[in-house]
Design a protein around this ligand. Structure first.
Ligand code: ZN
Length: 172
């Protein structure tokens, strides 16, 4: 409980100036709490570290946070989960997307759950609040790629897979 609350506070502060890309421009923390809730439900509340990683999953990619900082504040397990779903920023956008598909099977089951929860939240945002300038074709292509990533994750968690299929079916 304390860990989850601290992760929530940390994430809210680090992402405080960011908003989602969609038309509604929701505060970024909404995305993080959605991912965390999906993970809490998928594990029936039994894996607080995974929920914390859900809250923190974009800190390395999108804020000034370092992995050492996450280790210090939240421990190795949480930091490793976040690192496992962080793209290598040295790579170009298309390479990063390819890498997500290629690397998914080698990730731990918990990291794969985090990956799927993130894709569910992203596809929901894409339907409920599409980014300005994103054509139906671009949305479709994103969903096709998300499906590839989730398929590459293999059987991971029934609830998450079902929720992903529900939303992906609406777009593709
Ligand atoms: Zn995310």
């Amino acid at each position: 409980m304390l860990g989850v609350t601290r992760a929530m506070d940390f994430a809210a502060r680090r992402h405080s100036t960011q908003r989602r890309k969609g038309l509604k421009a929701e505060p970024y923390i909404n995305h993080l709490t959605e991912v965390a809730l999906l993970l809490a439900e998928a594990t029936d509340g039994a894996d607080p570290a995974l929920v914390m990683a859900g809250l923190l999953h974009d800190t390395l990619e999108d804020t000034v946070t370092t992995r050492a900082e996450l280790v210090e504040a939240f421990g190795d397990d949480v930091a490793s989960l976040v690192a496992a779903v962080t793209d290598d920023k040295e790579l170009l956008r298309d390479q990063r997307k390819r890498r997500q598909v290629e690397s998914a099977p080698g990730k731990s089951p918990r990291a794969r759950m985090l990956k799927i929860a993130d894709k569910i939240a992203n596809l929901r945002s894409l339907t409920e609040s599409p980014p300005l300038g994103w054509s139906a074709r671009k949305r479709h292509e994103y969903a096709v790629w998300a499906r590839e990533v989730v398929a590459a994750c293999g059987p991971t968690n029934e609830l998450l897979e079902r929720l992903f299929a529900d939303i992906a079916d609406r777009i593709t």
